[in-house]
Design a protein around this ligand. Structure first.
Ligand SMILES: [Zn+2]
Length: 412
């Protein structure tokens, strides 16, 4: 069945029965794609189709190779019901993880597993059409090299920084050129559905879906790289805000008394004291004061370029000053997070990104600050955890965005 362009496929299908059958099959595929595996009985309840129809459609989908049987579920009394899942080669998605200085891409199968080795292109994000073209060429080359059948690659999921209006497919910060939206431009080049999301929101969605398997419904994802990104999940759904700008946590003016100018031009933003940018500023000062430290040696080995991960490496190697820097950044970040706890009452707060690789050197001061600044009752049921997906979280963000939104335009 045609999954690459469901809208066009529907236009070609004649007859009410055939149309309904196609839509119902999409509903079952979507259910299995988001849940991993399921029984016919559960699908019947979750999708709202009668059991005989579900069984008949599953028969069709198995005959055409999209669905396979996958063992049996636990018995609810009586015979154990069959479990169904999508065949691994049912379809594929391209995931793209863009940050300010490089882009990565890989192709994932219908079980959300990477089946090509991720490729990286170094490039500085801006608003030039040439940059957009380079990104597209790189992704299309990766697709070409994979040798996968074109009609089975159904969508592209893109996670990138910037003020992103995911509903209208607009990035207000990067790759702005011409009159069309960024998603329209990508769809023209890729000739398939493209889903765009802000990187912090996409990564939070990935941790929520693939790292913590939907266990929690109210989740905050805080990702610390050069800046600080925030994704908010409320009642199991990512929260976009009125124009798609929810989660601009980095530029909350909480530390005005410090008199440090932020990348946004204002003073005292959270980013100016506890992001990768802030950590690098403090690290440079520390190196000036002590040229023999582990941190100074690591920086020298990196051609005198201080990057956030170097401070993390130095701390893990026992550098006292690096540990103090992370501790200060963690305490300030924790103070910011305590405001989020008071406002949103989350069950789980996930800390991720390159700076989070410092693990206890960052988590312990964050927890200390939460103990100081948030109300005991509000934080009692809030779990603080490190991200589980590690370096793959960016690419899985692109996959999660497709997983969440695929087929919605015809299913709604
Ligand atoms: Zn700022």
């Amino acid at each position: 069945m045609n999954l690459i362009t469901p809208k066009k496929a529907l236009d070609k299908i004649e007859g009410v029965v055939e149309t309904k059958s196609y839509i119902n099959k999409l509903k079952l595929i979507k259910n299995l794609y988001t849940k991993g595996s399921n029984t016919a009985g559960e699908m019947c309840v979750e999708v709202g189709i009668s059991l005989p129809t579900v069984n008949s459609l599953l028969g069709d989908l198995m005959a055409s190779g999209e669905v396979i049987k996958h063992g049996r579920a636990e018995s609810q009394g009586g015979r154990k019901p069959d479990l169904y899942k999508l065949a691994d080669d049912s379809f594929y998605t391209i995931s793209v993880d863009i940050n300010k200085f490089r882009i990565r891409t890989a192709i994932y199968n219908s079980s959300n597993k990477a089946i090509t080795e991720a490729e990286t292109l170094k490039l500085t994000l801006n608003n030039d059409k040439e940059t957009f073209d380079k990104i597209c060429d790189f992704i299309l080359q990766h697709k070409q090299k994979s040798g996968l059948p074109d009609q089975k690659i159904i969508a592209v999921g893109i996670s990138m920084p910037g003020l992103i209006d995911a509903v209208h497919g607009i990035n207000h910060t990067y790759l702005k050129f011409g009159k069309k939206s960024l998603v329209e431009n990508f769809e023209t080049r890729f000739e398939r559905k493209v889903f765009l999301e802000n990187d912090a929101r996409a990564m939070t969605l990935a941790e929520f879906k693939f790292g913590h398997n939907d266990q929690y419904k109210n989740v905050l994802g805080i990702f610390i790289g050069w800046g600080i990104g925030l994704g908010i999940i409320i009642d199991g759904k990512i929260y976009q805000g009125a124009s798609g700008f929810a989660g601009e946590f980095s530029h909350s003016p909480i530390f005005e008394s410090r008199d440090i100018t932020c990348s946004c031009g204002k003073k005292g933003c959270l980013e100016s004291v506890s992001s990768g940018t802030a950590i690098v500023r403090m690290a440079k000062e520390a190196i000036e004061n002590d040229h023999d430290s582990i941190l100074a040696r690591l920086a020298k080995e990196n051609n005198d370029e201080v990057e956030p991960y170097l401070v993390v490496d130095a701390a893990l190697a026992g550098d006292q000053r690096a540990i103090t820097i992370l501790s200060e950044a963690g305490l300030d970040l924790g103070r910011g997070i305590s405001i989020l706890i008071q406002l949103l009452n989350p069950e789980l707060i996930i800390i991720g990104g390159s700076v989070a690789e410092a693990k206890q050197y960052l988590i312990t001061p964050i927890q200390q600050a939460l103990n100081i600044y948030s109300m005991a009752k509000a934080r009692e049921n809030t779990e603080l955890a490190l991200y589980k997906l590690g370096k793959e979280v960016g690419l899985l963000g692109g996959v999660a965005v497709v997983n969440e939104q695929i087929f919605e335009e015809v299913l709604q």
